[in-house]
Structures are given as structure tokens and as C-alpha cells.
Ligand binder design. Structure first.
Ligand code: NAD
Length: 372
């Protein structure tokens, strides 16, 4: 980073810190939120101004180390709304045709891609070619090969690629991981991840194979996949999976409604998970070890996350996930900080390899070996 950018970023944070002062009681963020911060601020443009993009933009108003400064959208009216709501200058507004020009914009450090899954691959590669860091929503793409191409493109362009795994910064989740590492559950034997909701509007992109890459597995099942890895602390070596479909009109060929899947891990631990677009009240992780257990329910929703272990209720602070995520990502990008659970492109490729294996297991009815 050049010194001019450094200087401007420091200026930016001072203004932001003042702006945030009255919000200091807001339940969110890191322990040092109220301390003066004079390090670099990650200046972010959001691509895709939909429902999750909006949530991220609002959460970023409480960030200390990251700031929303730009937008990329195909809808001019949304751009206008965001400009006035988030004070975004005209020179930082792009559309899907011209956003490669962001390479000439010294006031944007990173682009956060929050569009339908099937578009992430091409968009992230264009961001990398424009010389900007890429933050991409989950699933990072629709298969492992595309994911690897994204990782390679970002490496080649010497930019970072991070994925919106907000749970990797969530305090109760991190406490369970800490306890597992400290041996407080003893030898881990079993994980159960239940993730799903009943999806509405049949015309939405989430039910379009081209844009979604699949169905519930891509959208919500991925939380159980990723969760089984960070809760158990190992990578699965085999997968089995079974699909059920009750509505072939809504859930067309290639769009999964409900899949149950199982993993085996090197230690002998096993996992049993459910991914569905056709049942509500499913947001639960359960980890069982020889000496104790942990249960998170809700486990991956926007919060508050709740949970308990054999030692009692978990009472770590409630956070706004996206605020903490973006502050932490600034530290990863600028200071090479290493989060407890990685959020880089390689981490996302592992999930995509597992998704590929789950779909193969469904198709063949056979146990599929995985090597991550
Ligand atoms: P959404 O439909 O609300 O928004 C998608 C945005 O992409 C819209 O603004 C839309 O205009 C834009 N878009 C651009 N090209 C498009 C095209 N060809 N077709 C349709 N829309 C197009 O969706 P969302 O819920 O914001 O999800 C966006 C991404 O964020 C997905 O990858 C999703 O998995 C992810 N997401 C992550 C979380 C999380 O908790 N990490 C939560 C929700 C969504």
C-alpha cells in the first residue's frame, strides 16, 4: 500500500470513529471496538445490492477497520438509493459492464461479491484482474474446479480472496472450538448438522440451476459441511448421501430439495447431516465427545446464536456477524492476521470438493472417498 493511500485511510477511520462514538453500546464487534484505531481501513465496494448485500452494508456502518465506499449494480435506482443512504460518491459507482475500470480507482481496496452463486466465478476473476482484493459470498462458486480457478486467478494477480464465512468469527462457535482444542470434550466421536428452511417463491434464482449451481446444498447445506469441519477439527475422508424430492415442479433437475449426508473422519469420528429447502426449524449443530458435548441452536442464523455444553450455557457476547467479519477481514488483508478457522479461497475449495462428492454420492448411491 502506498503512503498516500495509508494517509487517506487513516483520515477515513478518524472520521468514522467519531461517527460511531454514540453507537458504542451497540451489541457487536471486537473487544477493542471502543479503543482508538489508527490503522488502515479496508475500503470496500459491494457488488450485488440484494438482500444480503444490504445486510452487509448496514452492518458495515458499525465497523472500525472496514468501510463501504462503492457499489456495483445493474439497477441504477438502487445505486441512487445506496448513494444517498451510505454516502457513496458517484466516482465509486459501477455496473456489471464497466466494473473492470475499478482498476483505475485508487480509493477502493476490495470488492465484496454478493450476487447469485453461479456468477461468483467470473466476477471474482474480473475483480482479481482489476487488482482488487476479492471477498466472495458462500458458496464461493458452484464446483471445486471453478473454485480452484478463482484461487489461482487471485494468486496470479497478487490479491487476497476471502469468503463470507461469518460463523468463523462468532464467539460461541469459537468457544466450542477452543474447548474442543483444549480436550474438554475428550475424543470427538460424532457431529450432527441440521440446516434448512422452507423456501418460498418458486421463480427465485435460488431454484435456478444455472444461477444457484444446485439447490439447498449450495445455499444452506454448506453450513453443515463447513460446520462439521470446524467443529470436529478434521477433514472428512469419505461421504455417503441420499436425496429425497417431494416436489419435482419446484425443485427441478439439478436443484436439490433435501439431502441427508454422512462423513467419516480420519480419527474415526462420524457426522450425520441434513440439508433441506422443505422444512423449517432446522438450524442446529451437535458435537459429541467421550467426555462431553456441545449444542448450538440456532447455530448459523444471524443470531443470537445460542448454545450449551456439558459444562452449562454458553454466554459469550452476541455480535453482529457481518460487522465483526468485515473488521476481521481488514486485519487479514492488511496485516496477514490468521483467523482461528480460515476464511480464504482454499478453505472454500474444500467445501466445494465435498459438495461435488455429495452430489456424486447421491448420483451413484456409493460411498465416495475424498482427499482434501
Ligand atoms: P438476492 O437475490 O437478495 O440478491 C442478489 C443480487 O444480485 C440482487 O441485487 C440482484 O439484482 C443481483 N444480480 C446480479 N445479476 C443477477 C442475475 N443474473 N440474476 C439475479 N440476480 C442478479 O440474493 P442474496 O440473498 O443477497 O444472496 C446473494 C449471495 O449471498 C448468494 O451467494 C448467497 O448464497 C449469499 N448469502 C450469504 C449469506 C450469509 O449469511 N453469508 C446470507 C444470504 C445470502
Amino acid at each position: 500500500m502506498n503512503s498516500r493511500r495509508d494517509f487517506l485511510q487513516k483520515l477515513g477511520v478518524s472520521a468514522l470513529a467519531l461517527h460511531l462514538a454514540p453507537l458504542s453500546g451497540f451489541a457487536s464487534c471486537t473487544d477493542d471496538r471502543n479503543k482508538a484505531y489508527d490503522g488502515p481501513v479496508l475500503r470496500v465496494a459491494i457488488m450485488g445490492l440484494g438482500s444480503y448485500g444490504t445486510r452487509v452494508a448496514e452492518a458495515m456502518q458499525s465497523c472500525t477497520k472496514a468501510k463501504l465506499v462503492g457499489v456495483i449494480s445493474g439497477t441504477p435506482s438502487k445505486v441512487k438509493d445506496w448513494q444517498s443512504k451510505f454516502k457513496i460518491p458517484e466516482k465509486n459507482c459501477y455496473n456489471y459492464e464497466n466494473f473492470d475500470n475499478i482498476k483505475n480507482n485508487p480509493d477502493i481496496d476490495a470488492v465484496y461479491v454478493i450476487t447469485p452463486n453461479g456468477l461468483h466465478h467470473d466476477q471474482v476473476i474480473r475483480v482479481a484482474k482489476a487488482g482488487k482484493h476479492a471477498i466472495c459470498e458462500k458458496p464461493m462458486s458452484v464446483n471445486a474446479q471453478q473454485g480452484q480457478e478463482m484461487v489461482d486467478a487471485c494468486k496470479k494477480a497478487n490479491v487476497k480472496l476471502l469468503v463470507g464465512y461469518r460463523m468463523h468469527f462468532e464467539p460461541k462457535t469459537l468457544e466450542v472450538i477452543r474447548m474442543r482444542k483444549a480436550g474438554e470434550f475428550g475424543k470427538i466421536m460424532f457431529f450432527q448438522g441440521q440446516c434448512g428452511f422452507k423456501i418460498g417463491d418458486p421463480t427465485q434464482w435460488r431454484l435456478n440451476k444455472q444461477l444457484a449451481g444446485g439447490g439447498a446444498m449450495m445455499d444452506i447445506g454448506i453450513y453443515a459441511i463447513n460446520g462439521s469441519r470446524y467443529m470436529i477439527g478434521e477433514e472428512p475422508v469419505w461421504v455417503t448421501a441420499q436425496e429425497t424430492k417431494t416436489d419435482t415442479v419446484k425443485f427441478k433437475e439439478g436443484v436439490d430439495e433435501t439431502i441427508q449426508f454422512q462423513f467419516g473422519f480420519p480419527s474415526g469420528a462420524v457426522a450425520s447431516c441434513l440439508s433441506t429447502y422443505n422444512m423449517n426449524n432446522l438450524d442446529r449443530f451437535f458435537l459429541d465427545g467421550e467426555k462431553g458435548f456441545a449444542e448450538l441452536q440456532p447455530s448459523t442464523g444471524y443470531g443470537p446464536i445460542q448454545g450449551r455444553t456439558h459444562k452449562g450455557e454458553l454466554n459469550q457476547p452476541v455480535t453482529t456477524h457481518q460487522t465483526v467479519q468485515m473488521d476481521e477481514m481488514a486485519g487479514i488483508i492488511f496485516s496477514n492476521n490468521q483467523p482461528v478457522v480460515p476464511v480464504n479461497g482454499e478453505e472454500a475449495v474444500k467445501d466445494l470438493k465435498i459438495i461435488d462428492a455429495i452430489y456424486l454420492a447421491v448420483k451413484t448411491g456409493k460411498k465416495v472417498d475424498i482427499s482434501l
